[in-house]
Design a protein around this ligand. Structure first.
Ligand code: IDC
Length: 533
């Protein structure tokens, strides 16, 4: 029994040892397991703290993803305005609706928007909705802004603002047609939404549209000539050039321009209107209008005149003539500024702008100095011309340019001795007032022609040189014998109703177009007959 006791107590000791061992092993296993896990966790934290590269890399992966997202968004990042016309059906009047939409595919709201569309000169706004339409007198640009209401003021990110519309009476169908090629320019808070800004990100596919926009920008400053109006002088004869002493048409046939000069456009702006030019074309047989813009007199371009307004009048005059298929001369009308060099810089800037703008117009001619006088000699005029001509030619290579001559543009014989070399299509000005200028000036014309000079009589009348006094029909007849003999081009002074003999409209007539014979002055009546002869 004692053994049993002993045995039993030995067994108990063994069990205790075994349990103890199991516990130790279990503890070891647990220790090993926990210890490993803890170590691994520590390692991660340690790695995160001590190897920022990995973090950067992780973030970098995130940035790539973000960047990709951004790129996708930039592709969409497009804010623009578009317009369409409602249809091409026309009633008696060239009136149509314009519909405008602003698309904002960017992630930012477009606030305080404004759309500008050039090419609307002379058009009329007859109504508008969902936008405020403004077209100031003489302005080329239609401006559209919001109605000021909350829903309309801001184009929220990722939305479109549609159905902004207006009813426009266009100046002509040609104006409407030309507008189809024009792109609107969008502004936000007075800042143009520029193509260049988009161009900064070369990743976007907008690079092409940037190019497009840049092209369009150029085209805005360079006006788009409206389509030819068939059966008109310009559609029949095209761009003119000088061949020897003659002005010739697109077929190389001698072509005579005959027409009328405005008075100073600053003083008689109402006569720069399409109906007036149409009357002259259809009833008088005129194919050219000269736009006289005084430079130095009161209201002149280089004195106190409103430059933008004057240029606006020139642009209107060119537009009307163009729409009627008539030729048009832009005349830098120097007079009391005797020497063209006095305002040479202004002349250069002006003609640079005009020749750029009308580079594609076959019907626009440039007269760069009406009448040098006050002792200005030919070498001074020639020097001036040699500075202005290349500026024009750089923009419009084939431009016909008419250069004034000494003594109120009478001394064509002197210019003929030393003509301007190296440029095509140069003509020289001769002016006469029949009651003052007779055989002595006629013989200057003969002499100059015999030396090969191309002459354009851009101004004349049949009274005396003051533009007033009595009419000399005999001298006028002699002048026209010469003009007919050489097929010389001419423009008569002046389209106005001023109380002076050279004004073609009677001073008691206030009509600015559609004059009947009773409303013409003696000079006007004579000229109308002469031109239709
Ligand atoms: C005259 C106008 C007259 C105006 C004056 C201004 O007929 O109404 O007050 O200019 O100085 C020219 C000039 C042309 C003159 C015209 C008649 O080119 O400007 O217009 N004339 O004097 N050269 C010879 C005559």
């Amino acid at each position: 029994m004692g053994d049993n006791k002993e045995n039993s107590s030995t067994n108990k000791g063994l069990v205790t040892i075994i349990i103890g061992l199991i516990l130790i092993i279990a503890a070891l296993v647990l220790f090993i397991l926990f210890g490993k896990e803890k170590k691994s966790g520590d390692k991660k934290v340690e790695e995160e703290m001590s190897t920022p590269y990995q973090v950067v890399e992780a973030e970098s992966t995130k940035t790539d993803a973000e960047e990709k997202e951004k790129t996708d968004e930039e592709v969409k990042d497009d804010i623009y305005a578009e317009f369409t016309f409602e249809g091409d059906s026309w009633g008696d009047e060239p009136t149509n609706n314009i519909n405008i939409a602003i698309t904002n595919k960017s992630d930012k709201d477009l606030s305080d928007w404004e759309i500008r569309i050039p090419g609307f000169k002379g058009a009329e706004i007859q109504g508008h909705w969902n936008g405020t339409f403004t077209l100031e007198e003489n302005s080329d640009v239609l401006i559209i802004t919001s109605t000021g209401e909350d829903w309309n003021k801001t184009v929220k990110a990722g939305t479109e603002l549609q159905n902004i519309g207006g009813t426009i009476k266009f100046r002509s169908k040609e104006q409407y047609e030309a507008l189809k090629n024009v792109k609107p320019v969008l502004y936000s808070a007075g800042k143009e939404i520029k193509a260049e800004e988009k161009a900064e990100n070369p990743k976007t596919k907008e690079t092409d549209s940037v190019k497009e926009n840049e092209k369009e920008k150029k085209e805005v400053s360079k006006k788009i000539a409206p389509a030819d109006v068939s059966g008109t002088p310009v559609s029949n004869h095209g761009a003119l050039r000088v061949d020897g002493c003659d002005l010739v048409d697109k077929n190389g046939d001698a072509y005579q321009l005959k027409g009328i000069s405005t008075h100073g456009i600053a003083w008689f702006p109402d006569f720069v209107n399409k109906d007036a030019f149409k009357t002259l074309r259809d009833e008088w047989g005129a194919n050219v209008i000269r736009l006289a813009m005084y430079t130095a007199e009161s209201g002149g371009y280089c004195t106190d005149g409103d430059k933008d307004k004057l240029k606006g009048l020139v642009d209107n005059g060119v537009d009307y003539a163009t729409e009627l298929g008539m030729y048009v001369i832009i005349d830098w009308h120097i007079l009391s500024d005797n020497d063209p060099n006095q305002n040479k810089d202004e002349a250069i800037a002006f003609f640079d702008e005009m020749s750029k703008k009308y580079a594609d117009y076959p019907n626009v001619l440039f007269e760069i100095c009406n009448e040098p006088n006050g002792g200005t000699q030919w070498p001074q005029i020639k020097k001036y011309a040699e500075e202005v001509i290349p500026v024009i030619k750089a923009n419009k290579e084939d431009a016909v340019i008419i250069v004034g001559t000494p003594t109120w543009s009478q001394d064509v014989d002197i210019a003929a001795e030393d003509p301007i070399e190296g440029y095509s299509n140069i003509m020289y000005t001769l002016h006469f007032y029949a009651a003052t200028h007779k055989d002595n000036i006629r013989s200057k014309l003969e002499t100059a022609r015999s030396k090969g000079l191309a002459i354009f009589i851009t101004e004349f009348s049949i009274c005396d040189a003051s533009g007033n006094g009595g009419v000399d029909y005999d001298s006028a007849k002699d002048w026209f014998k010469l003009i007919d003999k050489y097929n010389i081009s001419y423009a008569a002074w002046n389209l106005a109703n001023k109380n002076e003999t050279s004004s073609l409209i009677r001073s008691d007539c206030s009509k600015t177009s559609g004059w009947n014979d009773e409303e013409l002055s003696d000079t006007g009546l004579w000229l109308k007959k002469q031109m239709n002869y």
